[in-house]
Design a protein around this ligand. Structure first.
Ligand code: FMN
Length: 254
């Protein structure tokens, strides 16, 4: 596909997750710049219901890498950030005025949405500064142990990690070499007036499967498809401890 003439769109299109980093630390000044830019993400009613925690201790980084399912980039990247939705500030403001803090599924989702919009802006900002990034959903795999390790306060809901740093130079063909991953065709996700019927939906998925099958085959994984991976991943529930954990931190999920 030709590069978009708009520099911001071209930047977005150039994204690939990075999983191997040099040992260079991410300079705080760059992280602060990126966070300041990311904070301009839209936020529901300006509530800014998120926080980002940089884990600085080497031993804690190593332990987190294990807790995230043995993901070495968590220990090795120039920075490892924990992105949380949070209503702690909201609770403190309410407490100070002797008012209740209403909690329900809506207020929990609001934190998740706010934090996710912030985090994606943060990733794009870090990439604009020349760094590579990788989100880490594996943070939720052993969430109670992560919580205990980082001594997270109540009303803070850790959602995922974000690795950021200088991408390592890897030879072509290296399994961790970042390679652009194709996405569904635009007509598979963008619709007008009404969403399509199942047959039309499946046709776009088949199109994507053909593209992904070639993508995987070129990387030595012949016969793999996007829907095959999707079905495998979705065949059993993951991380079933999460509702109990988030409730224990103050979330109401009803
Ligand atoms: C919320 C979230 C969690 C993710 N968790 C992980 C993870 O734990 N480990 C990992 O290597 N990649 C993780 N990823 C990266 C995705 O695998 C990656 O974005 C996707 O496969 C598309 O590839 P690309 O980012 O290179 O285009 C995560 C992405 C998101 C958005």
């Amino acid at each position: 596909m030709p590069t978009d003439p708009d520099p911001i769109l071209a930047h977005l299109a150039a994204h690939t997750s990075v999983r191997r980093f040099t040992t260079d630390e991410l300079p705080t000044v760059d992280l602060e710049r990126a966070v300041a830019a990311a904070q301009k993400a839209s936020t529901s009613s300006h509530v800014q219901a998120y926080s980002v925690l940089r884990v600085t201790d080497t031993a804690e980084r190593a332990r987190l890498a294990e807790l995230c399912g043995g993901q070495r980039q968590v220990a090795e990247a120039g920075a490892f950030l924990v992105i949380s939705g949070e209503v702690r500030r909201h609770r403190l403001a309410a407490d100070r005025q002797g008012q209740p803090l209403a909690r329900n599924l809506e207020s929990f989702l609001l934190t998740v949405i706010d934090a996710s919009l912030f985090a994606q802006n943060l990733a794009v900002a870090l990439e604009a500064l020349g760094y590579g990034v990788c989100f880490i959903g594996g943070l939720r795999t052993n969430i109670e142990a992560v919580d205990e390790l980082l001594e997270l306060p109540d009303d803070v809901f850790p959602l995922f990690g974000l690795c950021a740093g200088v991408p390592a130079e890897l030879p072509d063909g290296h399994p961790a070499k970042p390679v652009p991953r194709p996405r569904l065709p635009v007509h598979g996700v963008l619709f007008e007036a009404r969403l399509p019927d199942d047959a039309t939906t499946l046709a776009a998925m088949d199109e994507h499967d053909a593209v992904m099958e070639a993508h995987y085959a070129a990387r030595g994984k012949a016969g793999h498809t996007w829907t095959g991976g999707l079905v495998r991943r979705n065949s059993r529930p993951m991380r079933e401890q999460l509702a109990g954990y988030y409730r224990s931190k103050g979330a109401v999920l009803d």
